[in-house]
Design a protein around this ligand. Structure first.
Ligand SMILES: [Zn+2]
Length: 470
């Protein structure tokens, strides 16, 4: 069993006592963050949270539904908590299992008067033991800032499933107080619709801008966070290709945020973010999946970030994996023969007991990355999405595709998440398309094989319908 993270030591901290009665009210709670970074320096970052109502709070998250590096020690240091009078508040740190691992949760004694203010700094030592090719959760030096929201924000703890906790609409306001240029945020002060958007922020500073462009209603910026340089000519080509990708996606899904940041990092593949993403080194080689990863991560702006699901943990990565590869192929930025090889090859691990899981198995939500079974979702999942694509195109006379059904979902459930019944209803809204058999045969049954002949037939049929371009 692979273990990515070690639970932190249970610590109980009792700060001095406040004797004031609890001030409860029934208004919707609000959470106001201040991210203070006066200059680039390992010790310069401090964060605070003012929470209007009583509740518990999770220290920077050790787990979210994509892999990041493990932490070697406590992330938070210099934690201070004050009540509404500015007096130190009674707090209790406890461990709570959220997702696959234990997280530290701050609770309050009943006499603490809200709103409370929580202030903290990050411990740079916690991030020094980073493995190669996974995005470092925090890099902060005199020349660089690269940070994920999951690694730095204390968040409200909401009982229920991890999806319910992340997708619950909340008033999360963030104020950036900084004297330096920061990328990955829409403006110095903005709101997040839910915790997911906060955890998936990627914030950058200090690294050179190597290209800029427009597309899909956004002004995008490419940052180079790698210790190597790239030819301006290649960056110009990548930039215009990315404009095309954004335009294609926006034509179906709607506009991207006004500002969008893409950071070239030492990373395996890419990692989506709320206002951009991180991606591997650029390349113009169409046998290489670079442009596919650009399309994949840009699609996540809608599929995963703005919209999630409650019942189908395979949906986010399987759909994005299929659509990203297909879009890059259609734009002649990825080799169609390679696409065919991937979409028609029987899922390699079907026979192994480790992968004997249904795509809709809820266990996958928390375990697909820690337990290394994500190829089931990415590979077999993408093939299932191909079958769905063919069904939609055939039932609608090639008027609609799986892109249209997916866009329908992401528009109707923006800033929120959908259930299985909403998913099936989305297909019906495009002409009563019935996909029940695909769900029952290949999504809800563990180990179910998609026959080789069906995969090949589906690919060729879609190709003849123009799904993969010329
Ligand atoms: Zn993805």
């Amino acid at each position: 069993m692979k273990k990515l993270f070690l639970p932190a030591l249970l610590a109980v901290i009792l700060v001095s006592c406040s004797q004031l009665p609890t001030d409860q009210n029934s208004e919707r709670p609000s959470y106001s963050y201040t991210f203070s970074l006066p200059a680039l320096h390992p010790d310069s970052l401090s964060i605070s949270l003012v929470a209007s109502q009583a509740g518990r709070f999770v220290l920077p998250f050790h787990f979210f539904d994509n892999p990041v590096d493990s932490f070697s020690s406590e992330i938070v240091r210099d934690l201070q908590v004050f009540d509404s009078d500015g007096a130190p508040a009674d707090t209790l740190l406890m461990l709570e299992k959220i997702g696959p691992i234990y997280n530290q949760v701050i609770g309050f004694s009943s006499n603490v008067k809200f709103p409370v203010t929580i202030r903290w700094k990050l411990n740079p030592e916690a991030f020094s033991d980073t493995a190669m090719n996974l995005l470092p959760p925090v890099a902060l030096s005199t020349s660089r800032l690269s940070i994920t929201g999951a690694s730095c924000f204390i968040i409200p703890f909401i009982e229920g499933s991890i999806a319910q906790m992340w997708r619950k609409p909340l008033d999360l306001e963030i104020d950036f107080r900084t004297g330096i240029q920061v990328y990955g945020i829409p403006e110095k002060s903005f709101r997040c619709a839910n915790i997911y958007e906060l955890l998936f922020l990627q914030i950058f500073s200090g690294d050179p801008v190597i290209a800029q462009g427009t597309g899909g209603g956004t002004d995008f910026t490419f940052l180079n966070l790698r210790e190597e340089s790239f030819e301006p000519g290649m960056m110009q080509a990548v930039s215009s290709n990315f404009s095309l990708i954004l335009d294609e996606i926006a034509a179906v899904y709607g506009s991207f945020p006004e500002n969008y940041t893409v950071a070239f990092q030492v990373i395996r593949g890419g990692l989506e973010a709320t206002y951009g993403f991180s991606v591997l080194r650029p390349s113009l080689d169409t046998n290489f999946q670079f442009h596919e990863v650009l399309a994949h991560e840009a699609l996540h702006n809608f599929i995963g970030i703005r919209c999630g699901e409650y019942d189908d943990p395979w949906w986010k990565e399987a759909t994005t994996n299929y659509l990203g590869a297909v879009l890059a192929t259609r734009l002649n930025l990825y080799n169609k023969e390679s696409l065919k090889g991937r979409l028609t090859a029987r899922f390699a691990y079907t026979d192994s007991s480790r992968f004997n899981l249904a795509l809709s198995d809820q266990w996958l939500r928390e375990n697909m990355f820690p337990q290394n079974v994500h190829p089931l979702v990415y590979n077999k999942g993408a093939q299932v999405v191909m079958l769905l694509d063919l069904r939609v195109r055939q039932a609608s006379g090639n008027k609609y595709s799986i892109n249209d059904v997916t866009a329908y979902l992401t528009i109707n459930f923006t800033n929120s998440a959908f259930n299985r019944q909403d998913f099936l209803a989305a297909f019906r809204s495009f002409g009563n398309i019935n996909v029940d058999d695909i769900f029952s045969d290949y999504i809800d049954i563990a180990g179910a094989l998609i026959p080789d002949s069906l995969l090949a037939l589906a690919f060729d049929s879609l190709d003849s319908l123009g799904a993969f371009g010329d």
